[in-house]
Ligand binder design. Structure first.
Ligand code: SF4
Length: 62
């Protein structure tokens, strides 16, 4: 399993609030108009970003 950010749901017009809740610092965003990126090597698929994102843009995929 891994986490992806759905570009259809993320408006890509603000600083990603889920960056602050990730315990592994696995989420980065180049600038506030960029889709957040997940570093799969750091991500432990804990799901905190999924629960926190107000746009439900984070998704767990096989
Ligand atoms: S699932 Fe957990 S570790 Fe992975 S990006 Fe989201 S908050 Fe970070």
């Amino acid at each position: 399993m891994k986490i992806i950010v759905n570009p259809q749901k993320c408006p890509q017009n603000h600083s990603c609030p889920s960056i602050a809740v990730c315990p592994k610092n696995a989420i980065t965003q180049r600038d506030i108009r960029s889709l957040p990126m997940i570093d799969d090597a750091k991500c432990i698929v804990c799901g905190k970003c999924i629960r926190f994102c107000p746009k439900n843009a984070f998704e767990k995929v096989p």
